[in-house]
Design a protein around this ligand. Structure first.
Ligand SMILES: NC(=O)c1ccc[n+]([C@@H]2O[C@H](COP(=O)([O-])OP(=O)(O)OC[C@H]3O[C@@H](n4cnc5c(N)ncnc54)[C@H](OP(=O)(O)O)[C@@H]3O)[C@@H](O)[C@H]2O)c1
Length: 326
């Protein structure tokens, strides 16, 4: 069997992504072959394309997709041919029509979750799962700050916070994104392209500030995020949409109130099939109850992946984006 695949030979702009036709390997021991119906676009795909995150070249791109199992290798028992499945954290190479990959990373989709929603929710939804339920376990009643609240991860975070009874203050650029975040459950929204975020957080919390900031924006929000934290609060720096945070003098954590910082990745929170299944069950349960609905703001043909990357990198997307193979 052959399939279309997107690969890069070198790092660079969207133009380095090339489509080619490749053989699909037969599934070996512990592997599964999936005919993919939708692929999730994530900011991390941009980091690998530009070389901010490194992997030996040439390589494929993408971590997240949903589709139908067409074959399983020896030793695979939890899925079979014909099953509807999705995954959040595969080896690089989700940008493909058909692919063979480790079966333990694949979960069965509940009835009622369509392929596009699944491709949009796995990596982003499991990220919110670990951020809210593991990194800093929210109990309900807290007020928190979450940056880029109208993005793919952000709109899931707004809905998850509402379901937990947490007041999420979201930051966004522009009134349209503010309205979208509010509609998805953000308690308050700050337009960080024109407002003073730290002053607004102080005002909204009656001077108390917040116990945790979830920051996927990185470089441009780092200092502001620290200023929004209560003494001994936790800064969760989980992404670099505006560039990586570097050159940090640890003394700043003392100066701003004995703060804690973590820089988590999803792979360390879903290292085994059991942990992945438990996190996915948590996500699917909220989706099943209707507490979380996927907002797919953009759809692109897989062959137009360059345009999709441009839109995501230039802040033109809202919610999640999926790529559709031919
Ligand atoms: N560590 C992990 O395990 C993990 C897992 C998944 C995602 N992430 C991170 O979570 C973040 C969100 O991911 P996503 O895929 O859902 O992306 P996204 O939020 O849909 O897109 C990124 C958003 O960041 C905001 N942004 C602020 N400054 C920006 C800049 N200079 N350039 C581009 N965007 C900027 C934009 O929203 P505004 O226009 O509203 O500012 C933009 O829409 C990313 O940093 C990603 O790497 C981390």
């Amino acid at each position: 069997m052959q399939t279309e695949v997107i690969r890069i030979m070198r790092h660079g702009g969207p133009e380095v992504m090339e489509m080619s036709v490749q053989d699909v390997p037969e599934p070996g021991e512990g592997e599964v072959t999936i005919e993919q119906k939708a692929i999730g676009l994530n900011f991390i795909d941009i980091y690998f394309r530009t070389g901010l995150y490194r992997h030996p070249l040439p390589h494929g791109l993408g971590f997240e997709a949903a589709g139908k199992v067409v074959a399983v290798g020896p030793g695979v028992t939890h899925v079979k041919a014909g099953d509807r499945v999705a995954y959040a954290q595969s080896p690089l190479g989700a940008y493909a029509g058909v692919r063979t990959m480790p079966a333990w990373q694949v979960v069965k989709l509940p009835r009622g979750v369509d392929f596009e929603s699944a491709a949009a929710m796995m990596l982003k939804g499991l990220t919110v799962q670990y951020l809210f339920r593991q990194t800093y376990r929210l109990q309900g009643g807290e007020t928190i700050l979450f940056h880029a609240a109208a993005g793919g991860v952000g709109l899931i975070a707004c809905q998850w916070a509402r379901a937990l009874g947490v007041r999420l203050i979201g930051t966004v650029s522009g009134p349209e994104k503010a309205e979208l975040a509010r509609r998805h459950g953000a308690w308050e929204v700050i337009d960080y392209s024109r407002e003073d975020v730290a002053a607004r957080v102080l005002e909204l919390t009656d001077g108390r500030k917040v116990p945790v900031v979830y920051d996927g924006v990185g470089k441009s929000t780092w200092l502001t995020s620290l200023d929004c934290l209560q003494p001994r609060g936790l800064m969760v720096s989980f992404g670099n949409a505006s560039g990586p945070v570097d050159g940090v003098n640890l003394g700043i954590l003392a100066a701003k109130g004995s703060l804690y910082v973590t820089r988590p990745t999803i792979s360390d929170y879903t290292p085994t099939q059991e942990k992945l299944a438990a996190a996915a069950k948590d996500l699917f349960s909220l989706v099943g109850k209707g507490s979380i609905r996927m907002e797919i703001g953009q759809r692109f043909a897989l062959r137009d992946v360059g345009r999709a990357h441009e839109a995501l990198a230039s802040r033109q997307t809202i919610g999640a984006t999926v790529l559709l193979p031919d």
